[in-house]
Design a protein around this ligand. Sequence first.
Ligand code: NIG
Ligand code: FE
Length: 415
Amino acid sequence: MIDKVFRNATLFTPVDRGRPQAGPDQGAVRVVEKGAIWCRDGLIQAVGPEEEVLRSLHPCVPDQETDLEGRCVIPGFVDPHTHLCFAATREREFSLRLQGVEYLEILRRGGGILSTVRSVRETDEEELFLATRRRALSALRFGTTTVEIKSGYGLDTETELKMLRVIRRIGRETPLDVVPTFLGAHAVPEEYRDRSDAFVDLVIEEMIPAVVRQGIARFCDVFCEKGVFSVEQSRRILQAATAAGLGAKIHADEVHDLGGAGLAAEVRAVSAEHLLAASEANLEAMARAGTIAVVLPATAYSLRKPFAPARTMIELGVPVALATDCNPGSSYTESMPFVFGLAVLLTGLSVEEALTAATLNAAYAVGMAERVGSLDVGKQADFLVLEGETPAVIAYHAGVNPVVQVYKKGERLKV
Ligand code: NIG
Ligand code: FE
């Protein structure tokens, strides 16, 4: 047993009330000046004012004591929506987009997601692992200690499973906690062009059973979008996935208001993601169902679209989480601080709301809130030491990394 105490910290943490934080609770952040965290074998035993923490564990003596010199400490970021597992980047496509070619038009011409599918199919597993690990470690330097990673660049059973094995290895061979999501319905592959229903059948009849048999994913996601998968096709996939024991997630209303947000509420998805074009009626349905909105401001930024209405979501009582969406097409960043800054300065979240969104609500969005997402007794001692005095520095000191130290399960990582 190893006991460690981290003292003389200014702690900022959302308060876990056993459910995702919505409405006014989203901004309820606990601040403790001269605070301490006591952990045993990486799990928090006590947290709060230093004197109380030390008193509560008396006469136990820690094996290690660290003075954090009054610095600002927050929970490690949880990035609940990424596509980190890919091979080649798509810089030329980015240049095309800068010239005005639309994202979905590039996909329609066989580029976009489909070009990443070609490169992931061709790349051997080891190389794909090394590329993914590079990005995961970069995310860790920016303070991400738990990450969700989606498959979805295979679009055939063999390559989807290859991606999910790589994703599992990232969880085993890096300090990050990794949540794997199966996204077999990310696009209609070229060999199924104009036969999307047949591809949906393949996802339901072959891919989902194979993924579940191998126990290699926790969630199933689908890209519900005009020209990709319809609401009806998405419903079939998510119903099959939930019946097989996977949690449901959905890329909803990113470009067009197809009704994906309403479907998320209907199938009791844990989260609906993107939501740039979601209608207010469907957001209300999400609030009633307790579906988390995973907002991806770096995607709106990169696609130069209006941001998702995060302020309205909070006012309607939808719990909001933040994620990078890191992928080679619509959002090439692994930086949660960048996303945090966009959320605060351009979508109208307060610093406190953004902090809850990037930690606790994000942890709920990936089914990890029992272990991570806030500084609470029983959770992992995953935390960040920031430069500056408060989490506002994350938005304030723009374009640089405000994370000076990263701790995972009480262990300081060399990042
Ligand atoms: O979340 N919208 C669909 N999927 C990703 C983009 C994937 C890609 O372009 O490679 C997204 O934006
Ligand atoms: Fe995405």
